[in-house]
Design a protein around this ligand. Structure first.
Ligand code: MG
Ligand code: ZN
Length: 219
């Protein structure tokens, strides 16, 4: 008799269980949390960095950085004097709930209001793993070309918010904003689109206002 073990299903079921635990923990503490996903170079780190910089006197932040190796991104948050945890996935190209749980256990949750998790730069499997983090954000930049929604639909479907970044470069790069918007509407009508530049801060206030609204709803 041959016994078939469906490894994939077990992994996902176990992941789901831990994600559920994380949701419970963060909810009990009334912490607003974001799982920031997107391709390498889309601007995930600078998006989080600018957000913390603007709101650091208003809210207490913590950041969990997921990278295959190194502490390059987490070092950027040292200047804010906030809790930062670097997760090195040792080759894994996405964060799983157990990794996030390990990260959260390093943070004093009584002392934070908002948690950012920066996922590994990748448009594919981060979308497949529930991290237990409340809101999924995908950062897509206009330099990546405007076919990303149709090529990686799951990433956009699982994201509550889509940040279209680097709009300051619209004059220099061929990018069809309308097509991107239409693709997103067709693929995931519930996903909220915000077009901004984390560099020049153009439209960044729209995101800041949304974050404040979401935080208000946690009370
Ligand atoms: Mg980064
Ligand atoms: Zn992966």
């Amino acid at each position: 008799m041959i016994k078939v073990i469906k490894i994939g299903e077990n992994i996902f079921a176990e992941n789901q269980k831990i994600a559920q635990e994380i949701r419970k923990i963060l909810n009990n503490k009334k912490i607003l949390s974001f799982n920031v996903m997107g391709a390498p170079g889309s601007g995930k780190t600078s998006f989080i960095e600018k957000t913390v910089e603007i709101l650091k006197d208003e809210f207490k932040f913590a950041v969990i950085e997921g990278d295959i190796e190194g502490t390059f991104d987490s070092e950027k948050f040292e200047k804010f004097n906030i809790p930062v945890v670097q997760i090195n996935t040792k080759g894994a190209c996405h964060l799983e709930a157990n990794m996030v749980k390990g990260g959260i256990s390093e943070i004093n949750l009584d002392e934070i209001d908002i948690l950012f998790v920066e996922n590994v730069g990748n448009l594919i499997c981060p979308a497949e793993f529930d991290t237990g983090i409340e809101k999924n954000i995908v950062v897509s930049s206009i330099t990546e070309g405007n076919d990303k929604v149709l090529k990686y639909p799951l990433m956009f479907k699982v994201s509550d918010i889509c940040i279209l970044n680097k709009i300051d470069l619209l004059n220099y790069i061929e990018f069809d904003v309308e097509k991107f918007e239409n693709d997103l509407k067709k693929t995931s009508s519930e996903t909220k689109l915000i077009k901004l530049s984390a560099k020049t801060l153009q439209n960044f206030n729209i995101w800041i206002e949304l974050l404040k609204e979401l935080k208000e709803m946690k009370k």
